[in-house]
Design a protein around this ligand. Sequence first.
Ligand code: 5RP
Length: 225
Amino acid sequence: MTQDELKQAVAAAAIAYVVDGEIIGVGTGSTANFFIDELARIKHRIKGAVASSEATAARLRGHGITVFDLNDVAAIAVYVDGADEITPAGAMIKGGGAALTREKIVASVAARFVCIADGSKLVDTLGRFPLPVEVLPMARAAVMRKLTALGGQPKLRLKAGSDAGFITDNGGEIIDVAGLSISDPVALEREINQIPGVIAVGLFALRGADVCLLGEGDGVRTLTF
Ligand code: 5RP
């Protein structure tokens, strides 16, 4: 199976976790896009969705799915999203698609986090994928120095085909931190959260996944945490 077929398979499997009559939290990225397309088939069964990015909101609306502002929603039954890396304990690196802050907020409201990923995302130790950190632009250099002191090699994410920094939906910039071997994701998430100027770090360990649907050559494997 190709990577896209594996993503498609886990996206289809995630439909089993959708709670009828409820609002669904929806992540961002190529795997989440497959999920949105699957969700469209059963849109009559849900009240609507909360999106983790402008791109996801546009795709949901394109399918005729009602998109709610998080401020108008008291509860989210389930949040479905991809990951850049996930451990056998359910801790993740996210933010390859630059939507980490809203993803973290929506996930924090959801009763259940269902991660959907192709099997290549499962790792023993997080950190081979550079850790995304969203920052206020005026704090960029100061935060980079702190991340270097933590042992990482921070690099500003650039807008494709340009020398300018990539700007997120929130007006932030993204620093990608290479060279970290993250043995204690909860401790590192707390530590980076404390750096002034950090909007969010792409470590999802304090609130990790509850379930991971992992696409493998012989089918979808379900990990529960
Ligand atoms: C976006 C994310 C994505 O979930 C992550 O980058 C995985 O993306 P894809 O499904 O395209 O592999 O965190 O901010």
